[in-house]
Design a binder for this molecule. Structure first.
Ligand SMILES: Nc1ncnc2c1ncn2[C@@H]1O[C@H](COP(=O)(O)OP(=O)(O)OP(=O)(O)O)[C@@H](O)[C@H]1O
Length: 291
């Protein structure tokens, strides 16, 4: 049995258009399914908690996937994705086709794999947890009316870049204490710490290019001791993962991470705001079944 969870508003209405395409295919193929439409933020978590078996097919973006997996962990249900968001970073990391019909065929083929999940307390994150500058950018993107306007013109990625430069001018780096698997380090002037289960966030930025969602480890990217000018210059390199060799960028790996900071740093997971430092993150291996 296929259980569809559809965020009609994802990708500025792409979710609705894609659902219509899939509904027609379901009718032609005479497949057994039920469909739920999300009516408000966090509704997808409530819906997925009630589904105890079968396959949940998400038609939405990373925000909807984030909500679904937060209802799902340790259930017998597996998840399939038909990308309909503006970022689709989880689907990108799993090589899921961006075309709706192809993504549905992929799900019908039924090849299942298990992936790890990043955890902050009782919150689950599929892709990247971002602390500091990233958290502030995610907060700005989510609040920004520009996002809606830019998505209308299919410029979803532009809204992230726009917010990066908006936040850049006023942002003040913090000093942090970071413990990775019992080894503690102090770092000064930290712009951001990205803790990644999979490489991408913000619509294709390869912030931790070597993150593998099935190896039991999280990859970290710490950006510290940079001027605003250096930060702006290094920024475009993140799309191809070229930033990793920058002298002010440190790449690390670990399974359990604790971060505290001299001033509160905003934390996002999968682009959704989760809270502020201090935080503890750990990895839960093979926690999610994905088709
Ligand atoms: N009916 C609704 N009204 C308002 N918000 C909703 C509704 N249904 C879901 N949402 C919210 O929409 C947000 C955005 O959804 P989603 O992330 O799937 O799309 P997106 O932002 O276009 O894609 P991406 O995250 O990949 O950039 C989710 O965080 C979810 O809480």
């Amino acid at each position: 049995m296929y259980h569809f969870i559809v965020n009609k508003g994802s990708g500025n209405g792409k979710g609705f258009i894609i659902w219509n395409i899939i509904e027609n295919i379901l009718a032609v193929k005479q497949l057994n399914y039920q469909v739920f439409f999300t009516n408000y933020p966090s509704h997808a978590t409530e819906i997925s908690k009630e589904i105890k078996n079968g396959v949940i097919i998400v038609i939405g973006g990373d925000g909807t996937i984030h909500e679904v997996i937060n209802g799902l962990i340790r259930s017998n249900t597996s998840i399939g994705i038909i990308p309909a968001g503006s970022g689709n970073d989880f689907a990108r990391a799993l090589d899921i086709p961006m075309n709706a019909e192809e993504a549905f065929d992929w799900i019908l083929a039924g090849d299942e794999r298990t992936v790890d999940i990043g955890r902050i307390g009782d919150k689950s994150c599929a892709t990247v947890i971002g602390i500091g500058f990233d958290g502030k950018v995610a907060q700005t993107v989510n609040a920004s009316r520009t996002k809606k306007w830019m998505k209308f013109f299919r410029l979803g990625r532009m809204s992230y870049i726009f917010s990066v430069f908006k936040v850049l001018f006023g942002y003040k780096p913090a000093d942090i204490s970071i413990t990775i698997d019992d080894k503690t380090e102090k770092m000064k002037d930290v712009w951001l710490v990205a803790v990644a289960n999979f490489p991408y966030y913000a619509g294709g930025m390869a912030i931790c290019p070597n993150a593998k969602g099935d190896d039991g480890y999280l990859e970290l990217c710490v950006v510290h001791g940079m001027s605003k000018f250096q930060f702006a210059r290094a920024f475009p390199g993140v799309y191809k993962g070229k930033h990793v060799s920058h002298p002010s960028i440190k790449m690390l790996t670990g399974r359990q991470i604790e971060i505290s900071s001299s001033s509160a740093m905003i934390v996002h997971g999968d682009g959704e705001i989760i809270g502020e430092t201090p935080i503890k993150i750990n990895i839960e291996e093979n926690a999610l079944r994905v088709i």
